[in-house]
Write a protein that binds this ligand. Structure first.
Ligand code: ATP
Ligand code: ZN
Ligand code: MG
Length: 306
C-alpha cells in the first residue's frame, strides 16, 4: 500500500526546502539546484546509453524556431494557447524614449515591441522534420535531440513547467517500421523506468488540441491509438503524471515537408520524448528527497556507468 501523500503544496515546499528547485516568482519557471540537475543529467545519460545500440544521430538545435517553421508545422492551428513568441524593439529614438518612460511610469509597454523571426521551441523534435526533406536513405533515419522547450501553461503543479527539457528520439521511414519502432520503445521505456523502480503504467493519450474542433481531433487521436504515455504518480495518485510520450504522426510531417522513402514511397514519422524534469520529480517522489537514501540498484543504474 502506497502511504505517500500527494499534496501539491506540500511537495513543492519540500522540493524547495531540500534545495532541489528554486522559486523565481513565475509559476512553472523554477531554478534547479545541483542535486536536481545531477539526477536529471544522469537519467538522460542512462537513456542515451540504453539507446546507443540503435545508432541514432545526435543533433542539437537552439531553443528557438523560425516563425515560418511554426506556421508550416501547423502548431498555430492546433495549439495556439501554448505558443511562445519572441518580440523585440525595432523602433526609433523617440519610441525608445517612450518605451523607457512607460516602463518607469509602471504603464504597459509591450505594444512598442515587434515580433522577431523566431518563436520558442515547443517540442524538441520540431526542427528536425524539415531536415528530412526529399528522399530518405534506405531504412530511413533515426535522430535524437535534447532541448529546452517552452509551453505557455503556467500552473502551481511543480510537474507542469513553462520551460523544461525533453530527450527525444525521432524515427522516419517505412510506415510499418515506424509503427513497430514506436511500439517497441513503449515496452523499452516501461522496462527502463521499471528498473528505476518507478510505479509506471502506460495508457493511450491525446494532445490538448485547442477549442471545440480540437476535442474531435483529440478523440480521433485516441481512436487511432496515435499517442501513448507512460504515467507515474507524482502529485496525484488518481491522476498520474505523463513522464514519457510516444507519438505516431503518420504523414502529418512527411506530407508537409516532402519526405519520401528512398524509392519514392510514402514515409511516416514517430517520436518519443522523456520529460526530463518530470522523470526527476517522479524519482524524488518515489525514492525520497536525498538520492543518497535511494535503493541500491536504482543508485547503481544512475551513478555507476556500468
Ligand atoms: P501533458 O498531457 O501532461 O500535458 P503532453 O501530452 O503535453 O503532457 P508531450 O507533448 O507528449 O506531453 O511532451 C513530451 C513529454 O514532455 C511528456 O511526456 C512529459 O514528460 C513532458 N512534459 C509535457 N508538458 C510538460 C510540462 N508542462 N512540464 C514539464 N514536463 C512536461
Ligand atoms: Zn516529438
Ligand atoms: Mg501538455
Amino acid at each position: 500500500m502506497d502511504t505517500r501523500t500527494y499534496d501539491i503544496d506540500g511537495f513543492t515546499e519540500e522540493l524547495v526546502a531540500h534545495g532541489l528547485i528554486i522559486p523565481t516568482g513565475v509559476p512553472g519557471a523554477y531554478g534547479r539546484g545541483p542535486v536536481f540537475e545531477d539526477i536529471l543529467r544522469r537519467f538522460d545519460a542512462l537513456v542515451v546509453r540504453e539507446a546507443a545500440p540503435d545508432g541514432a544521430q545526435e543533433l542539437t538545435f537552439p531553443p528557438i524556431l523560425a516563425r515560418r517553421l511554426i506556421e508550416q508545422l501547423g502548431y498555430l492551428d492546433n495549439f495556439p494557447q501554448l505558443a511562445g513568441s519572441v518580440h523585440s524593439f525595432t523602433g526609433s529614438d523617440r519610441e525608445a524614449r517612450e518605451l523607457s518612460e512607460r516602463v518607469h511610469a509602471g504603464e504597459r509597454w509591450e505594444d512598442l515591441l515587434s515580433p522577431t523571426e523566431v518563436m520558442l521551441t515547443p517540442a524538441a523534435c520540431y526542427p528536425v522534420y524539415p531536415t528530412f526533406s526529399g528522399l530518405l536513405p534506405q531504412g530511413g533515419r533515426l535522430v535524437t535531440i535534447m532541448n529546452w522547450v517552452f509551453r505557455h501553461e503556467p500552473s502551481p503543479e511543480p510537474t507542469r513547467l513553462q520551460h523544461f527539457r525533453m530527450r527525444e528520439y525521432i524515427r522516419v521511414g517505412r510506415p510499418e517500421d515506424v509503427q513497430a519502432w514506436r511500439d517497441a520503445w513503449l515496452q523499452r521505456g516501461l522496462e527502463l523506468l521499471g528498473r528505476l523502480k518507478l510505479p509506471v503504467a502506460s495508457d493511450v493519450a491525446s494532445d490538448p488540441f485547442f477549442g471545440r474542433a480540437g476535442r474531435m481531433m483529440a478523440a480521433s487521436q485516441v481512436d487511432q491509438r496515435l499517442k501513448f504515455e507512460i504515467l507515474c504518480p507524482v502529485i496525484s495518485r488518481e491522476k498520474p503524471t505523463a513522464i514519457c510520450s510516444f507519438n505516431w504522426h503518420q504523414e502529418h510531417f512527411t506530407s508537409r515537408f516532402g519526405i519520401r522513402q528512398h524509392d519514392g514511397g510514402v514515409a511516416h514519422t514517430a517520436c518519443l520524448g522523456f520529460g526530463l524534469e518530470r522523470v526527476t520529480l517522479a524519482l524524488v517522489k518515489t525514492h525520497g528527497y536525498d538520492p543518497a537514501d535511494w535503493p541500491r540498484d536504482v543508485r547503481s543504474l544512475l551513478w555507476n556507468d556500468a
